[in-house]
Design a protein around this ligand. Sequence first.
Ligand code: ZN
Length: 439
Amino acid sequence: MKILITDVLTVTMDPSGTIDRLNLLIEDDRFKSVSKSGGASPNGDRTIDGTNLLALPGFVNGHIHCDVTLARGLGDGLTLYEQDHDSFVSQKGWFKDQLDGEARRLSRLLQYAEAVRGGTTFICDVPFWHYKDDLVSPFEEVGVRGAVVLDYRKNFLTGEPVEEKEYFKTAQTLRNAGILPVVELPAEEDFETPLLLRLYRRACDLDAPIQLHLAETVWRIELIRKRYGGSPVRYLNEIGVLSERIIGSHGVYLDDGDITMLKESGAKIVNCPAAEMKIADGTAPVAALMQKGVDVCIGTDGALWNDSADMFREMKVLMLLQRLAFGAGSMPPERVIRAATIGGARVFGMQKETGSIEEGKHADLVLVDLDRFHLVPHYHGARSNVLELITGCATAADVHTVIASGKIVVDRGRLTTIDEEALKKRCQDLACRRFRDLD
Ligand SMILES: [Zn+2]
């Protein structure tokens, strides 16, 4: 299929940093040509008039627990520790007990649909339960690409491990479907050197990245200091696990020494600013990480902790929080958009394939409707306000069209891949049955 988008104000996020009115020609799953507007005659199966649209690379959402979406909004007002150890939520276990196979499947579909509708074309899903769940079809049904982080346990509540053969089989099933398998390391309270080394070797055998929740909370940091005498980053470095395979989620409590070690090892960070504010984790040194050249991307985290998967809102939150903590000049809009696009591609090793609008790359693209009060005026010349509009004004609801690997998955604000109304109704009905009357 050929799609031509004409005269569209485009932020390419390629190395040249081009912002200009361009014609974008997509053929099959790739950008065939990216050229100055003017002169292109409609020669596609579909031509989109881009005059009042803004084009951006599709977003990479680097950390999101999609199997708990039906529990959206629950457990509010609690820290992570309280949610896990010391509250009505943990004592009754109600958001966990209600999430059986059917609820987890609907949770995934709902979260993927929400993400894609808002311009995300790559999701890194971190399920709490993956064992025996169908991990592939929700990606295919919604039309998004992504990664799945695989816990070494069948059930994180019981700790029973998945047999290694089964684990490898799941990873292969994902890979066969074009989904990146990622090995999960336990959170810091479950750190044990032999286990971490075993899982590190597993990631090497699978040639897969590794994800772990890294330096997210004070209580976990203190635990590691008491047990191992240093920070989690130093400890991982000492045992030989800190490497370019490592994707640390959150990275809130990192000192200068940690940041240097992350940079030297090639490890990456996924920051989830809204979640870290909501559960009062703290403020991550994202500006310093990016200034030092550590690859950083953005995650929205799961619906229990955010509660939305709107990458525009996440960019704004990241920018404002960094500025409040580290100064008005600490986080320019270009750097925030970088984290949401090409930075995310780099974190997952896909920078040659996606993350920017360039000839030959996967056609992963968001078109934003500029015909909105909050996006007027928009201009790009000697002076430009385009990047500021993206990070400060636009929201997921302004997304007009999303193209993922050359396929139109959102067309004028509607998902083309699934029956939106049917999915919403099923999720609404099931969540009400499971959660509404819990005491
Ligand atoms: Zn998480």
